[in-house]
Design a binder for this molecule. Structure first.
Ligand code: ZN
Length: 130
């Protein structure tokens, strides 16, 4: 049972990891982008903050353009947060600040697959310079 849960999670993370690795770097994909600062905060489905906030300057040469953040729920199956589209449209529109929130579309844990979504929330702010 335990092993199977880890198996499902590991399998999904592996697939997504491959997708991230195969994508071009941010510097290659968005050549006009000069800097990117990301601020994210994690919240549970009720909006209560979890694990504090994270703010960092993205290394455009190393970071990949499939731009994902892990869900803080250790049991989450096929979840995580994907800011790929948000980032691409911000750059396309040459926006300098973008913020919003995403809700994790994974399952809360292995026993709730197809019944209860994880729905953890990621609030994000991207600061971009060109
Ligand atoms: Zn999740």
């Amino acid at each position: 049972m335990y092993r199977q849960k880890i198996g499902l999670r590991a399998e999904y993370r592996d697939q997504e990891g491959e997708r991230v690795k195969a994508s071009p770097s941010l510097a290659d994909k968005f050549q006009k982008l000069k800097s990117l600062i990301v601020k994210v905060g994690y919240y549970n489905p009720k909006g209560v903050a979890q694990n504090g906030q994270l703010k960092y300057v993205v290394n455009l040469e190393n970071a990949k353009s499939v731009f994902r953040f892990r869900c803080p729920n250790d049991e989450c199956i096929r979840g995580d947060f994907d800011l790929t589209k948000e980032l691409a449209s911000a750059v396309a529109q040459k926006r300098t600040t973008v913020s919003g929130e995403l809700s994790c579309q994974g399952w809360q844990n292995k026993t709730t697959i197809d019944t209860i979504h994880c729905h953890n929330v990621l609030r994000y702010e991207l600061k971009l310079a060109y």
